[in-house]
Design a binder for this molecule. Structure first.
Ligand code: ADP
Length: 375
């Protein structure tokens, strides 16, 4: 089969005219985030929020044109209403002491009706970031707060499975999506909106636009806390997301090995770069409790996160053991915090949730210190 090249796709798109703007979509610079994986092509068409509703025809025309390119088997084109980009707030974050949360990050439009947004991040995938996000969200709700959970892990959305939610969100007014709900948590995930076999080739600006829509075009309010399960890693997409979301703070999930590999430190550095306070580090899969004899083994070595947190001047929020019931319950859609709320594992999540809540409340309304911006 013919290999699909970027040039061939661009040439096909150059035949599509936007009558309203008077030109083709390539010359007008409307295409972004073009990604090609074998025969699957994805891209975004950048329009203004006002134009959005009128551009469905243009979107279809773009898809049709690209489908005509030899070798192309599927096309995903999305309209994105880009908001003006901000400059990264390069700030004097490094070396700051333990962070107190702030109500909203400076300069970013707040989400109306949402008191605090926190990010749950990790230096790499597979450390249990989603499991932690889900259990933390439920534990935070258990403290009497209204909680939302946004699955921004666009590369491997696991919220639908872990929260036991199926089906698609609806939009009665055609503008705002209603979040899905289970265990008292309002949830949104790209996993609800795409078919499971849709190729995950969204990258760069497309990822950001999709996430911004999930943040701003979903009826979240009223919420006390919105937990954002970030995409794993510390690349451009993560940095931009951290920079554009009005985050009150970030929590970094790490395994003991991951600490040794410095991945968690990269996460810390990323948030500091964009002036988001790090609320602390959670050590996941910290130790193993034998289900038969109850003996605790520190199979990966233990305590690395606490030491690293101390060294880097950020707080240590707690440790979660490597435990079969944590895996089984979250993978089956009944996280341990709802299915076994009296277990010590649920207690560990609850203790972390209490500490996070305290920090958020302590930070709310606190006067901001001076901020040095390096131009
Ligand atoms: P990430 O979001 O970092 O990619 P996940 O939360 O999807 O990671 O977790 C990866 C796998 O590890 C899942 O199968 C999950 O059930 C399991 N897992 C996560 N945390 C624990 C834990 N503390 N004990 C046992 N299994 C865990």
């Amino acid at each position: 089969m013919a290999k699909v090249t970027e040039q061939a796709v661009r040439e096909a798109l150059a035949t599509v005219q936007d009558e309203e703007r008077g030109g083709d979509v390539i010359s007008l610079g409307m295409i972004s985030g073009l990604a090609i994986r074998e025969g699957n092509v994805a891209f975004a068409i950048e329009v203004t929020p006002e134009e959005g509703p009128r551009k469905e025809g243009l979107r279809r025309a773009c898809e049709k044109a690209v489908l005509g390119v030899p070798g192309v088997t599927s096309v995903t084109a999305v309209l994105t209403a880009e908001r003006p980009a901000e400059r990264p707030g390069a700030a004097s974050g490094a070396g700051k002491g333990p962070a107190a949360a702030r109500p909203q990050a400076a300069g970013k439009p707040a989400l109306e009706g949402v008191k605090h947004i926190i990010a749950v991040a990790s230096g790499k995938g597979g450390v249990g970031k989603s499991t932690t996000s889900v259990n933390l969200a439920i534990a935070l709700a258990g403290l009497g707060q209204k909680v939302g959970l946004l699955d921004a892990d666009i590369y491997g959305p696991s919220l639908p499975r872990m929260m036991g939610i199926t089906g698609k969100p609806t939009s009665p007014d055609g503008k705002t999506l209603l979040p899905m709900e289970n265990y008292g948590i309002k949830c949104m995930s790209i996993g609800f909106l795409i078919e499971e076999d849709t190729p995950m080739i969204w990258r760069g600006p497309m990822v950001i636009s999709a996430l911004e829509q999930m943040l701003r075009d979903v009826a979240w309010a009223p919420l006390d806390i919105l937990v954002v399960d970030m995409p794993p890693g510390t690349g451009d997409a993560q940095l931009t997301l951290a920079q554009r979301t009005p985050l009150a703070g970030a929590v970094i999930v790490s395994t003991p090995q991951d600490i040794a590999l410095l991945d968690a430190r990269k996460g810390l550095a990323m948030f500091r770069r964009v002036d988001v306070p790090v609320l602390g580090i959670i050590e996941n899969m910290s130790y193993f409790t034998c289900p038969h004899c109850g003996e605790r083994s520190d199979i990966f070595g233990h305590g690395g996160a606490r030491e690293t947190a101390e060294k880097l001047g950020c707080d240590f929020l707690g440790e979660i053991p490597l435990a079969m019931p944590i895996r089984e319950t979250s993978d089956a859609g009944h996280p341990i915090t709802v299915s076994q709320p009296d277990s010590p594992h649920a207690g560990a999540y609850r203790a972390i949730a209490e500490e996070i809540t305290e920090k958020l409340n302590a930070g709310a309304g606190a006067p901001k210190g001076p901020r040095i911006v390096i131009e």
